[in-house]
Design a protein around this ligand. Structure first.
Ligand code: ZN
Length: 199
């Protein structure tokens, strides 16, 4: 079968072959059209659908990033998690995925980032030694995390650190006279509550 190969930049022959695609620690295998010259294959809608179906059935963790937080952040995470009757790791996940789903695509995201970069809570949350927290991630969350990591060129652990710190600062700045932030804080709390119920 003749087919245009974007890697060879010419029409080449493709044959139906088995391919292995890494998804975190797991490997997905399927059959698809592969360029016989360079072994290139496309992530066609069909392959993507198959990966989705495979991923949703997967009960193992796809990745287990280990973000590090300062002692003050760990303490604040524990305190806030307890407030929502949650354990530490699900709470970290709730903050992270609120950030990936609802914050990073906001038009005012750069301003929010700038605002927190010079905020006093940033200094406060950066006190004490740093230590790791293991955050097991399954497929659907992995997909969000992976997209963010690729777009912003950061590791999974760094992406979670950034997201969690943002959420902690939002929760720590309840009394700021800043309407946008108040709204974000309200929405975040609702999101965490829904997350706690589903967890
Ligand atoms: Zn090729």
């Amino acid at each position: 079968m003749k087919h245009y190969c974007p890697n060879c930049e010419t029409d080449t022959t493709v044959s139906e072959e088995k391919v292995s695609i890494s998804m975190g620690k797991e490997i997905f295998t399927t059959k698809t059209a592969v360029c016989i010259k360079c072994k290139h294959y496309a992530l066609t809608p069909k392959v993507r659908r198959e990966i989705d179906e495979w991923g949703k059935r997967m009960i193992k963790n796809i990745v287990e990033p280990q973000p590090t937080f300062h002692e003050a952040s760990h303490q604040f995470i524990e305190k806030k998690a307890a407030h929502f009757s949650m354990k530490k790791v699900p709470f970290i996940k709730a903050l992270a995925f609120y950030y990936f789903n609802h914050i990073v695509n906001r038009a005012d995201f750069p301003e929010l980032k700038k605002y927190f970069a010079s905020h006093h809570s940033e200094k406060h949350l950066s006190k004490g030694n740093k230590s790791k927290e293991t955050v097991p991630i399954r497929y659907l969350m992995y997909r969000k995390l992976q997209t963010f990591s690729e777009v912003h060129n950061v590791s999974h652990a760094k992406a979670i650190e950034e997201a969690v710190l943002f959420g902690l600062m939002v929760l720590a700045t309840d009394n700021d006279h800043f309407e946008t932030l108040k709204t974000i804080a309200q929405n975040l709390k609702q999101y965490i509550e829904d997350f706690a119920e589903a967890a």
